[in-house]
Design a binder for this molecule. Structure first.
Ligand code: NI
Length: 175
């Protein structure tokens, strides 16, 4: 069953449940979309300057970790985080299982940290980025989920396009 349809647990507040289910939903969809995809599909570049699925997965890991840092850590170096952001889009050729494991570890790690947070802490403002713009923790965490979900939609579309692309390649080579 899709996580958003699952019943609430009595020990978890509705506000936190919505965040946790949002994270679970992203992971559920990513795993479903990538289940039958071979490694070569992850590093297929659909057009110039359009990053492949693998780089997008790296970006989901990187951006989610950075946003979680903004929301959940007391002190951080915004310049160090900005430098890390540039590495998201590197073509590493990492295999699917490796990338999916990292996505799963990142999102379930964030899940655990949200679960451990007192409800009142969700409304505390946290300084975001170099300009230290104050944003409520819950606002940052909602953005983390929305951001991961929008890249998940892109990954679904790329997976479909790769399907057509690979079929076309088979026809050309007569297989
Ligand atoms: Ni992004």
């Amino acid at each position: 069953m899709e996580p958003w349809l699952t019943p609430d647990e009595p020990t978890i507040s509705p506000r936190k449940a919505d965040l946790l289910k949002g994270l679970d939903q992203v992971l559920y969809l990513l795993e479903a979309y990538l289940r039958d995809l071979p490694d070569e599909a992850l590093w297929w570049t659909p057009a110039p300057d359009v990053p492949p699925i693998g780089a997008r997965l790296q970006h989901v890991v990187g951006a989610s970790s950075r946003l979680a840092t903004y929301a959940l850590e007391e002190a951080y170096d915004p310049n160090a985080l900005a430098a890390l952001a540039e590495q998201d889009w590197t073509t590493t050729g990492r295999p699917k299982t490796d990338l999916l494991t990292e996505v799963r570890q990142t999102l379930t790690g964030i899940r655990g940290r949200i679960l451990a947070l007192p409800d009142e802490a969700l409304d505390e403002p946290r300084p975001v980025g170099r300009r230290r713009i104050p944003v409520r923790r819950a606002g940052i965490l909602h953005h983390l989920i929305e951001h991961a979900a929008h890249h998940t939609g892109q990954i679904l579309l790329l997976a479909r396009l790769w399907g057509f692309h690979s079929q076309g390649a088979q026809r050309v080579t007569g297989k």
